[in-house]
Design a binder for this molecule. Structure first.
Ligand code: ADP
Ligand code: MG
Length: 401
């Protein structure tokens, strides 16, 4: 990382030194104003000097003021050259490039500022040439003013387009980077949670063992034994939740597909998510026909269902019901997860499955990507029926056996 940074810095300095060398060459090589030492030539020298100092100091002073200064000094430099050396028609090209300077700083405010300033300045320059100069010094502009104006604004449009694309990409990358960091944190938290769950399991097993002993002890009354049985049941429920959580949090490496009864898997996923739904008073309702079997890996199937149902719960309003229905259609088993929640627009549906796409403040935007992968892996299909504000129906179908 340090190496890359110093390499980048070196490239910056080499480029800047090259630019300074070119500017200095311009001062001395074949310069018609060199002997004069009038105001024009002195301002040229001064601007080269100020610009060189600014460029050399910039890496150590990456402030907004400095960027504004570099942009203004560079613009003044190009305009000065344009006026000092009218015979060098190519300096007009530099005027067109002025708004490109803030692009190098990735500063949009400064970009719009220089774009507007440059357009106003060029209009004034053209007016000067047409009204006062009348083609004496700038015949190549005066002879076709309209063409030059069109070319100038065309070049500004191209620069704007480049800026727009680069800016969009940079913004996207920034979001992407932040989300990668967030998902890294979540991964660690997930691993810790899995470790904690694993540790809780051991004391539970010990407590359950003792409870079982007490249950068999004849010195306890029948009423006590009933209560002990209840304790054992509750411990089993806790153990079940932990097992489920661990199976999703730490999937085994070798993933093998088996014949799965959709109803049984859905029932266990429902139990796992019921308490999550109850946080906002949401109920999960199952409407499943018997004997729907598909070939899939249990853990991945649960992962798929948990993600879809969790999204449905999170989209729901307080008190809403999430309905899950399973039907057989031709050779497929179709699972529908229906919510009455916030729904999605067409653009939102299109973005589903894009890694890190999430509209939730604490979302990871990974859930749907995982789902799409699992559905594809087992030759299934997934579709969405939704509109903003009117809920969502997610249909997942797999070949039945
Ligand atoms: P996350 O849940 O972490 O945000 P997902 O990949 O699971 O990531 O979902 C991506 C986005 O899709 C969600 O942020 C949400 O905006 C939208 N979404 C998914 N399912 C639903 C749904 N049932 N209703 C409304 N929006 C949904
Ligand atoms: Mg989700």
């Amino acid at each position: 990382m340090v190496l890359i940074k110093s390499l980048k810095r070196n490239i910056y300095y080499i480029t800047v030194l090259f630019v300074i060398a070119v500017m200095t060459l311009g001062l001395f090589m074949n310069n018609p104003r060199m002997g004069e030492f009038g105001v024009g030539y002195i301002s040229h020298i001064l601007l080269v000097f100020i610009l060189a100092v600014c460029l050399l100091l910039y890496p150590k002073n990456r402030t907004y003021v400095f960027r504004v200064m570099i942009t203004i000094v560079a613009a003044s430099y190009f305009y000065t050259i344009f006026f000092l050396y009218p015979a060098t028609w190519s300096s007009f090209i530099f005027l067109c490039f002025i708004p490109a300077i803030p692009i190098l700083f990735f500063d949009s405010k400064l970009f719009y500022f220089s774009l507007i300033l440059n357009s106003v300045s060029i209009i004034l320059v053209f007016c000067y040439i047409v009204i006062f100069d009348q083609g004496h010094q700038y015949p190549y502009i005066e002879q076709d003013v309209i063409g030059n104006v069109i070319n100038f604004f065309g070049s500004q449009a191209i620069i704007y387009f480049i800026f727009h694309l680069t800016n969009g990409r940079i913004k996207k990358q920034k979001v992407y980077y932040e989300q990668i960091q967030q998902s890294g944190r979540l991964k660690v938290t997930g691993q810790l949670a899995a470790a904690v769950a694993h540790e809780i399991r051991n004391p539970l097993t010990v407590v359950r063992g003792f409870m079982q002993l007490f249950e068999q002890d004849s010195s306890f009354s029948a009423e006590r034994k009933g209560q002990i049985a209840l304790v054992i049941d509750e411990l089993d429920a806790a153990e079940e939740v932990i097992s489920q959580f661990l199976s999703v949090a730490k999937p085994e490496k070798a993933v093998k597909a088996e014949i799965e009864d959709v109803k049984l898997v859905l029932q266990s996923v429902k139990e796992l998510l019921q308490s999550y739904g109850l946080l906002h008073d949401n109920w999960i309702e199952l409407n499943v026909i018997d004997d729907c079997k598909i070939i899939i890996n249990t853990i991945e199937f649960k992962q798929l269902l948990i993600n879809i149902i969790k999204n449905a719960i999170e989209a729901s309003k307080t008190g809403d019901v999430v309905l899950i229905s399973v039907k057989r259609e031709k050779d497929n088993v179709v699972i529908k997860v229906i919510d009455q929640g916030i729904g999605m627009s067409e653009a939102e549906v299109e973005s589903l499955g894009t890694p890190f796409y999430s509209l939730k403040s604490k979302g990871t935007g990974l859930g749907m990507m995982i789902c799409f992968n699992i559905v594809e892996k087992y030759k299934g299909a997934i579709s969405f029926e939704t509109s903003k504000g009117h809920g969502t129906t997610v249909s997942i179908s797999f070949p039945s056996i």
